[in-house]
Ligand binder design. Structure first.
Ligand SMILES: Nc1nc2c(ncn2[C@@H]2O[C@H](COP(=O)(O)OP(=O)(O)OP(=O)(O)O)[C@@H](O)[C@H]2O)c(=O)[nH]1
Ligand SMILES: [Mg+2]
Length: 404
């Protein structure tokens, strides 16, 4: 049997190709919508994948039942072929310019179109039925199903889940036995680790002199800065300075000043980008400057460009986008999209302690190629923060195989 895979815009295109390349006895084994291009299976263009096959040697041993061309399948293919031909004729040969009775050709074309639409509808329901039967036969094993459900409950992007499950199913096929739950879990963990490998070295760049923290209101920017200042001072022995541009609320300046006093860190307040050079001069002796910004509605482009004007610096530095895991994934995506335009490459997730749903971390990292620096998991300064580690993150995401 010769099997061939076609990626096309629409079914009729595949049908013509199949007929040309595999001949009229070809059968369609599977059709599904897929996406191509993009990154890690995302942001792709919609296409159609059509798997077709033709028997090359009738004398060969019979194929397993799944692959055997069912008579109704062949009939469907024949129908598709006819329909495609009719529809391509309809496209290639539009009705001739209006003869004396202008109404008639329009009517004729209308009914012809209607006929094709009806046929396509019928075909589609046939194909859906066939592919359902086929997928029923290929029903996922309970451990794979459990993993799928777990990841969807964790709000992992459906496309990522599909990609992981496809790979696991391949492994299962290769091993030709049903994989046990523990194996499925450890294979999934290793695949996720492979995906996250390029993003497992986030941290704050040791050569950065200025680190800016941006993010929506109340996500924990100021608290995080205090936690990191303690980490950098106590653990790494760095001399840290603070700058805040959050002058929208008096309390905001006071909040950072309180931490500055406790940690014995000098602090400068800037009201506009023009104040920055002076602030840097004042903190010239410090090894690392952590800059707090006001939380705003960063779905607004205006607010993003406004905060960006404060992030300009001639010093080596970076900007960390702070996002709370209690936020909605769609909102996080919209905000990340805005900041990506300004070159933000790092992300720090807070409020890990307030949720048991961790998929957004994976989605955001892979979708935007953001380097995660830390995970913050509570209100206590300085303890409730830890560097991001792919291994422990994946363990949280997957949970316990046997409890599923
Ligand atoms: N549970 C939990 N609470 C946190 C965490 N990080 C910060 N918070 C709390 O979230 C609230 C807001 O924290 P802030 O640090 O003021 O947040 P912000 O992003 O600076 O807020 P704005 O400056 O108003 O935009 C405070 O009550 C913090 O204690 C965390 O990891 N877990
Ligand atoms: Mg703040």
């Amino acid at each position: 049997m010769r099997v061939k895979r076609y990626i096309v815009e629409a079914l009729p295109e595949a049908v013509s190709l199949i007929r040309t390349e595999l001949g009229k006895d070809a059968i369609i084994l599977e059709t599904k919508e897929i996406k191509v291009g993009g990154f890690m299976g995302m942001f792709r263009k919609r296409k159609m994948e059509v798997i077709a096959a033709v028997e090359t040697n009738a004398a060969k041993a019979p194929e397993p039942p799944l692959r055997k061309p069912a008579p109704e399948v062949a009939a469907v293919v024949e129908q598709i072929l006819q329909t495609a031909q009719r529809s391509s004729t309809a496209v290639a040969e539009p009705p001739k310019p209006a003869p004396p009775e202008p109404e008639k050709p329009v009517e004729k074309r209308g009914s012809q179109e209607q006929f094709i639409i009806e046929e396509i509808r019928e075909l589609r329901s046939f194909m859906v039925k066939m592919s359902k039967e086929r997928s029923d036969l290929h029903a996922m094993s309970p451990p794979l199903l459990a993993l799928k459900q777990r990841l969807l409950k964790q709000e992992v992007d459906e496309e990522l889940v599909g990609k992981l499950l496809d790979w696991l199913q391949e492994q299962q096929t290769l091993s030709s036995v049903e994989l046990e739950a523990e194996t499925v879990w450890s294979l999934a963990a290793s695949k996720l680790e492979e995906w996250l490998e390029p993003f497992n070295h986030g941290r704050i760049d040791p050569s950065a002199r200025v680190v800016h923290f941006v993010g929506p209101t109340g996500v924990g920017k100021t608290t995080t800065i205090a936690k990191l200042a303690a980490e950098q001072t106590i653990k790494l022995g760095k001399k840290v300075g603070f700058i805040t541009s959050d002058t929208y609320r008096i309390a905001a300046v006071d909040q950072l000043r309180t931490y500055a006093n406790i940690l014995n860190v000098p602090m400068e307040v800037v009201f506009s980008p023009m104040d920055l050079p002076k602030a840097y001069r004042q903190l010239a002796e410090r090894d690392l400057i952590l800059m707090d910004t006001a939380g705003r509605n960063f779905r607004s482009e205006l607010h993003v460009s406004e905060v960006n004007s404060l992030l300009q610096s001639d010093q080596p530095g970076e900007t960390v986008l702070v996002l709370s895991l209690t936020g909605k994934t769609a909102d996080m995506v919209a905000i990340a999209e805005r900041f990506i335009q300004y070159g933000v490459q790092k992300v720090l997730f807070t409020k890990l302690d307030e949720t048991e749903v961790y998929g957004a971390i994976l989605n955001l990292i892979l979708r935007f190629e953001l380097q995660p620096t830390h995970l913050a998991s509570g209100q206590t300064v300085p303890d409730d923060i830890a560097p991001f580690q792919a291994g422990s993150y994946i363990a949280m995401l997957l949970g316990e195989a046997l409890n599923e």
